[in-house]
Design a binder for this molecule. Structure first.
Ligand code: NAI
Ligand code: NAD
Ligand code: ISE
Length: 338
C-alpha cells in the first residue's frame, strides 16, 4: 500500500524531502503540501513536476482525510504545534529538528505521544543513519579503541543568512551533535560551558561566531564542539574520538584526489544537502517502512527532548559564561526499544 504523505513547509529541506519521497524512495507519495508562502509551495511542485493538493494552512494538511502521515519541514518555531496536531489526529509524523524550541515544548510532545499510547513521532536526526557515523560507532562498540575519553568535533557551515542568530548555533546547528554524540557514546551530558573566541569579520551584530561548546558526560568523557557557521571554505563535519587504546575519526565523504598544476587536492562539499544525502534517504525510507510495519524505530520524541534539555543548558551557558548542569530525567519505559 502506498503511504500518502502531507508536507508542511516547502523551503529548502521540504523540497528535498518531497523530491526524495516522490522520486527516490519506495512506498510513499506526496498528496498534500502547505507553506505560509503559498506561491512558493506551488512553484516548488511545478519545479519538481509533481501534483499535490496545496493548502493555505498546515492544520488542513494534518486533518485532510487523504493524508496518512506528515512531514514537518517548516521553520523551527512551528514544529511543536504541527507535531502536536499530528498526534491529536493519530497520524505518524516525521518532524525536522529541533522537535520544539525548548525542552518544555518537547516534553509536551512526549506527554501527548505517551497519552496517545503508541509512538507516532520520528525526529529528523539523520546522522545515526550516516554510514560514516555508523562505522565510527561500530569501532567504539567493538572496543577497538578502548573506552572513549575525549571527543573533538566541529560543525562548520560556509555561511548563514542574516536571520541566523547566536542562539541558533545551538538550537538549529549544534542540535545535531547533541543528538548524535549521545547515540555515539551511549552516554548523557552532565555539564556544559560555552566559550566565545574572537568573532569572525564575516559575521553580523546578532551572531557571535564561532563558538566552542565544552561538555562533560555522565561517564566523565570530555567533548569539545566547535560551531563555526561562517567558516567560508565549505560544509565540514568533524568528529574524532580519543580512546584508551587509539583514536577513531569520522570518515571524510568520498571525493576524487587530484594531482594538477603542482597541487594535490580533494574537493570539500559546501552544502548539508549533499553531505548527508544518503542519510536523509535512509532515515525517510525507515520512517515509511516502519509505518507499514506498525512500529516507529528511528530517533524518538524522547531523543528530541533529550537533545533539547542539553540545548536549553547550552543557551543558559551562552548567557552566563559558567559551567551549567544538564539534567535529563530518566527515560520512560514507553521509549524502551521493543
Ligand atoms: P527554509 O526557510 O528554506 O524553509 C522553511 C519553510 O517553512 C519556508 O518555506 C517557510 O515559508 C515555511 N513556513 C514558515 N512558517 C510556516 C508555517 N507556520 N506553516 C507552514 N510553513 C511555514 O528552511 P529549511 O532550511 O528548509 O529548514 C526547514 C526546517 O528543516 C528547519 O526546522 C531546519 O532546522 C530543518 N533543517 C534540517 C536539516 C537537517 O540536516 N536535518 C537541514 C536543513 C534544515
Ligand atoms: P539501536 O537501534 O540499537 O540503538 C542504540 C541506542 O541508541 C538505543 O538505546 C537507542 O535508544 C539509542 N538511540 C537511537 N537513536 C538515537 C538518537 N537519535 N539519539 C540518541 N539515542 C538514540 O542502534 P542502531 O542499530 O545503531 O540504530 C541507530 C539508528 O539507525 C536507529 O534509528 C535505527 O532505526 C537506524 N538504523 C539504520 C540502519 C541503516 O542501514 N542505516 C540500520 C539499522 C538501524
Ligand atoms: C541546518 O538547519 C541544518 O540542519 C544543517 O544540517 C546544519 O549544518 C545547519 O547549521 C543548520 O542551520
Amino acid at each position: 500500500m502506498t503511504l500518502k504523505l502531507g508536507v508542511i513547509g516547502t523551503g529548502a529541506i521540504g523540497q528535498e524531502h518531497i523530491r526524495r519521497c516522490s522520486k527516490v524512495l519506495q512506498g510513499a507519495t506526496v498528496v498534500a503540501v502547505s507553506d505560509i508562502n503559498l506561491e512558493g509551495a506551488r512553484a516548488a511542485l511545478t519545479r519538481l513536476g509533481l501534483q499535490a493538493e496545496v493548502y493555505a494552512n498546515g492544520h488542513d494538511v494534518v486533518n485532510s482525510p487523504d493524508v496518512d502521515a506528515l512531514l514537518v519541514t517548516s521553520w523551527d518555531p512551528t514544529h511543536e504545534e504541527y507535531t502536536l496536531a499530528a498526534i491529536a489526529a493519530g497520524k505518524p509524523v516525521f518532524c525536522e529538528k529541533p522537535l520544539a524550541m525548548t525542552a518544555e515544548g518537547c516534553r509536551r510532545v512526549v506527554d501527548a505521544e505517551m497519552k496517545f499510547g503508541k509512538r507516532l513521532v520520528q525526529v529528523g536526526f539523520m546522522r545515526p543513519y550516516d554510514v560514516g557515523y555508523r562505522a565510527l560507532k561500530k569501532v567504539i562498540t567493538d572496543g577497538e579503541i578502548g573506552e572513549p575519553l575525549m571527543l573533538h568535533c566541529a560543525h562548520r557551515n560556509p555561511t548563514v543568512p542574516e536571520s541566523y542568530t547566536t542562539d541558533m548555533a545551538i538550537t538549529s546547528t549544534l542540535i545535531h551533535e547533541l543528538d548524535v554524540l549521545r547515540w555515539l557514546t551511549n552516554d548523557d551530558y552532565k555539564t556544559v560551558q560555552v566559550v566565545f573566541p574572537r568573532v569572525t569579520s564575516k559575521s553580523h551584530a546578532r551572531l557571535k561566531d564561532p563558538q566552542i561548546v565544552l561538555f562533560e558526560t555522565q561517564k566523565g568523557i570530555r567533548i569539545d564542539v566547535e560551531i563555526f557557521v561562517n567558516c567560508a571554505y565549505g560544509y565540514d563535519i568533524q568528529c574524532e574520538v580519543v580512546g584508551e587504546e587509539g583514536i577513531a575519526r569520522l570518515p571524510e565523504p568520498s571525493a576524487v584526489q587530484m594531482r594538477k598544476s603542482a597541487q594535490l587536492s580533494t574537493s570539500i562539499l559546501t552544502d548539508w544537502k549533499d553531505r548527508f544525502i544518503d542519510a536523509y534517504d535512509v532515515e525517510l525510507q525507515a520512517f515509511i517502512n516502519d509505518i507499514s510495519n506498525g512500529t516507529l524505530t528511528g530517533p524518538s520524541a524522547w531523543d528530541g527532548y533529550a537533545a533539547s534539555v542539553a540545548a536549553d543548558a547550552c543557551l543558559k551557558a551562552q548567557e552566563s559564561g559558567a559551567i551549567e548542569p544538564v539534567t535529563l530525567p530518566p527515560r520512560p519505559a514507553f521509549y524502551d526499544k521493543a
